[in-house]
Design a protein around this ligand. Structure first.
Ligand code: ADP
Ligand code: MG
Length: 339
């Protein structure tokens, strides 16, 4: 009997893998925005139409790519961000898995324009079904513009599974807001069907939070700021009056990465203790910075779940820092503790 096992062709392997990274338009938005931030951009523009189903485009003024890199970027496991196994434990960038562009190129029609500042001409590439259909030099601005059209055009089951435009748009805005809050020093804009929804000038963390979550927070943020050798925590908790009956504005960032953690959420809730009603949820935007070796961000392809080396220390620290901030606020509520 003949042997029967074969390696899958790249485009099929990429399409299978894409399911994990790109679940909906918002996942592509997140990956493209993070790539732009990793490229050192100071301006990032997001353009979508039909809730990202027809078009998602991200334009940045970051460092751009060489002609060879522009092509390599779409290979699976192709990354400029890590080189060896040790690098996995000291990651400072948002990306490192080298999967996003390969996945996007497997499930959408992609156009890339990119130029490094030092190059006279940039590179234009078109890709469909993971195959380059056009590549030529182009005159373009320094930085990178990636557009992806007709997401899941070749995966009908996925395409049909997409929710209404309103629902997909909410996911996109969520991802946009998270990246914008992680990088207050970067200008971000977002437009949808030709209409500008966000225009966020670079500024302080507090300015960014108020820009994004609403001016209602302006006088209602209590600053959190504690440092130890092991970790730093900074950011804001909303004054108790901003607590809501539904889980609203609750954001944790670990080394600039938005994460979901019921465990740390609990730490904040208990710090509020009797200051808010039992059935309500405090609002907070908190940033934890610690040595990358103390966190494993490689738990899931979308990197929203992470594992801490020592979860209990972090819990205690978050709880103490929030308690401390709230205590200062309640002793002297008339003083402005905001930055
Ligand atoms: P990862 O971000 O995990 O490295 P991606 O598939 O998202 O993987 O991107 C592959 C590579 O393409 C990146 O490592 C980077 O070198 C390059 N790249 C992607 N987007 C940009 C961009 N906007 N500007 C410059 N380089 C980029
Ligand atoms: Mg990436």
């Amino acid at each position: 009997m003949a042997d029967i096992i074969q390696l899958l062709p790249d485009n099929i392997a990429n399409q299978i893998a894409a399911g994990e990274v790109i679940q909906r338009p918002a996942s592509a938005v997140k990956e493209l925005l993070e790539n732009a931030a990793d490229a050192g951009a100071t301006e990032i523009k997001l353009i979508v139409s039909d809730a990202g189903k027809a078009l998602i485009q991200v334009i940045d003024n970051g460092k751009g790519m060489s002609e060879t890199d522009a092509r390599m970027a779409f290979e699976r496991h192709a990354t400029s961000k890590i080189r060896n196994i040790e690098d996995l434990f000291r990651i400072k960038t948002m990306g490192f898995r080298g999967e996003a562009l390969a996945s996007i190129a497997a499930v959408a029609q992609v156009e890339l324009k990119t130029r490094r500042a030092e190059d006279e001409l940039g590179t234009y590439i078109e890709i469909e079904n993971s195959l380059v259909t056009k590549q030529e030099p182009c005159a373009c601005a320094p930085g990178t513009s990636i557009s992806m059209k007709n997401l899941f055009f070749n995966v009908p089951a996925r395409r049909n599974f997409l929710k209404s435009n309103a629902a997909e748009m909410r996911h996109i805005v969520d991802e946009f807001i998270r990246v914008a809050m992680a990088f207050p020093g970067i200008f971000f804009s977002m437009s949808s069907n030709g209409q500008e929804l966000f225009h966020l000038e670079a500024g302080s963390l507090k300015q960014r939070i108020v820009q994004v979550l609403g001016s209602g927070y302006n006088a209602k943020l209590v600053s959190v700021n504690e440092e130890t050798d092991y970790m730093n925590i900074y950011g804001f908790v909303g004054k108790p009056e901003t607590a809501r009956k539904t889980r609203g504005d609750q954001y944790f960032f670990v080394n600039n990465r938005f994460i979901k953690s019921a465990y740390l959420n609990h730490a904040v809730n208990t710090a509020f203790d009797e200051m808010i009603a039992k059935d309500s949820f405090p609002s907070y935007v908190l940033y934890i910075d610690l040595d990358p070796s103390q966190v494993d961000i490689n738990v899931h392809p979308t990197k929203q779940e992470i594992k801490f080396e020592d979860e209990k220390i972090i819990y205690a620290f978050v709880q103490a820092a929030v308690k401390h901030a709230l205590a200062q606020f309640s002793i002297a509520p008339s003083l402005d503790f905001t930055l």
